[in-house]
Design a protein around this ligand. Structure first.
Ligand SMILES: Cc1cc2nc3c(=O)[nH]c(=O)nc-3n(C[C@H](O)[C@H](O)[C@H](O)COP(=O)(O)OP(=O)(O)OC[C@H]3O[C@@H](n4cnc5c(N)ncnc54)[C@H](O)[C@@H]3O)c2cc1C
Length: 399
């Protein structure tokens, strides 16, 4: 049985482990942290990601504790006036073939871990920080910080935006700061009273900033993401906690649903949003990259983790169908996934412009037609999402 070593136990790495296992591989996930987990925040998993979980036979388990939005909508951040609202739930399943879920990140990682361990106990090793890899004549070796060496047939670098595997493969690189920071908070619904956010996936647009609200954990929690343009990112730390006052200042004058969410949150995480142009290679011998390690994606299309999920499944499928020709499988993986993820990276970038209109004229010219489309041709709004959600990675030809 071939063995895949997967560096990184995030959503991408865990889905890769489940995918390789499903295609008959032994897997070893190496995670540097003391435990598998995610920050206290929500994540949206769109139908294209859910199709992968369905293919792995874990769709129902992933959907436990999730929330399915009643509608997709856009509102003005200050007035709360609706620009458009289109039905979700069943309408999404009918159009795109799978549900659209809102999950707590910790729940998603816990489900993936539990499902993996049920299939292969001890698949994940913690406190295992990888420093470098080495392709050998018939395999690959990973050298851990502890001095230990682990060998396998394939190494998957799913170690996130600051990937050590990518740095070794392609040299040091600094991702570009996008000029945006993200605030994140989760609040129990019972603290929000009449000012709870709607049971939808709602984008609140504004000048130099926007917000996204949705519900999590079967509707018991409300999730807030606030994106604000900011010239500088002074802190060296990748993530840090800010204060309620700072977030309230960033969203001063916004609709009470937004300011109430901020005021009732106990913790306000601040993220700097970085971007990277598409890479020219993701493969070195028997070592291959996946997820944020090779295509970090701005959150404005809510597709970064979903791209890692798609990557994971296709990579495992290709490597298994062509196990004797691993190099051609890895080439096909890169050639298939790089254009897809580059398209999603570009769409995410341009959404930042769509959500932050700075003048009354640009707002009228952008949101006026969207308002009209929402009234008379909602299919036109849905069709904008077809390239993302209708995609089914299982249908990619093997070449
Ligand atoms: C504000 C915000 C909102 C977002 N919302 C969405 C959304 O709604 N939907 C969506 O699809 N995406 C969303 N994303 C993007 C998504 O969070 C990421 O694309 C996704 O989490 C990347 O997963 P990953 O597994 O590739 O990397 P990561 O989650 O970064 O995981 C990498 C793992 O590797 C480990 N690691 C790192 N280095 C080493 C090493 N040397 N040795 C061993 N282990 C190592 C880390 O500890 C970590 O566990 C959002 C992002 C942001 C910032």
């Amino acid at each position: 049985m071939p063995k895949a070593i997967i560096v990184g136990g995030g959503i991408g790495g865990l889905t890769a482990a489940l995918s390789f296992h499903a295609f008959g591989w032994k897997v070893q996930v190496l995670e540097r942290a003391a435990e598998l987990g995610e920050i206290g925040a929500g994540i949206q998993i769109s139908p294209n990601g859910m199709k992968v979980f369905r293919a792995l036979g874990i769709e129902d388990e992933i959907a436990e504790n999730a929330f399915q939005p009643e509608a997709l909508e856009m509102r003005f951040g200050r007035s709360g006036n609706r620009i458009f609202q289109i039905p979700a739930r069943q309408a999404i399943i009918e159009r795109w073939g799978a549900p659209y879920l809102h999950l707590h990140r910790a729940d998603l990682v816990a489900s993936l871990t539990r499902l993996l361990h049920a299939r292969q106990p001890n698949a994940v090793r913690l406190y295992a920080e990888c420093e470098r890899y080495e392709n050998t004549a018939d395999g690959v070796q990973v050298h851990l910080k502890s001095g230990e060496t682990i060998s396998g047939d394939l190494l998957v670098g799913a170690d996130g935006i600051h990937s050590a595997i990518r740095t070794q493969m392609l040299g040091p690189e600094r991702p570009d700061y996008t000029g945006n920071i993200a605030w994140r908070a989760v609040v129990p619904m019972d603290r929000l009273g009449d000012l709870a956010p709607p049971p939808t996936a709602c984008v609140w647009v504004g000048e130099h900033r926007h917000a996204v609200t949705y519900r999590l954990r079967a509707g018991q929690l409300a999730n807030f993401v606030g994106i604000v343009e900011s010239e500088s990112w002074a802190s060296e730390s990748w993530t840090e906690q800010g204060t309620k006052e700072e977030v309230l200042a960033d969203f001063a004058g916004w609709h009470p649903i937004i300011t109430n969410l901020i005021a009732k949150a106990e913790t306000h995480f601040r993220w700097a949003l970085f971007d990277r142009q598409p890479l020219t290679s993701w493969v070195d011998g028997r070592t291959v990259l996946l997820g944020d390690a090779c295509h970090p994606t701005l959150p404005f299309q809510a597709q970064g983790a979903v791209m890692a999920i798609e990557d994971a499944y296709l990579l495992a499928k290709l490597c298994s169908d062509e196990a004797d020709k691993l190099s051609s499988a890895l080439k096909t993986y890169f050639e298939t996934r790089q254009p897809r993820t580059s398209q999603v990276q570009a769409a995410s970038r341009s959404n930042a412009k769509l959500f932050h209109k700075h003048t009354p004229i640009s707002r009228a010219m952008t949101y006026g037609p969207m308002w009209l489309a929402g009234k008379i041709a909602p299919g036109a709004i849905r069709s904008q999402q077809d390239p993302f959600y209708a995609y089914d990675v299982r249908e990619e030809p093997l070449r």
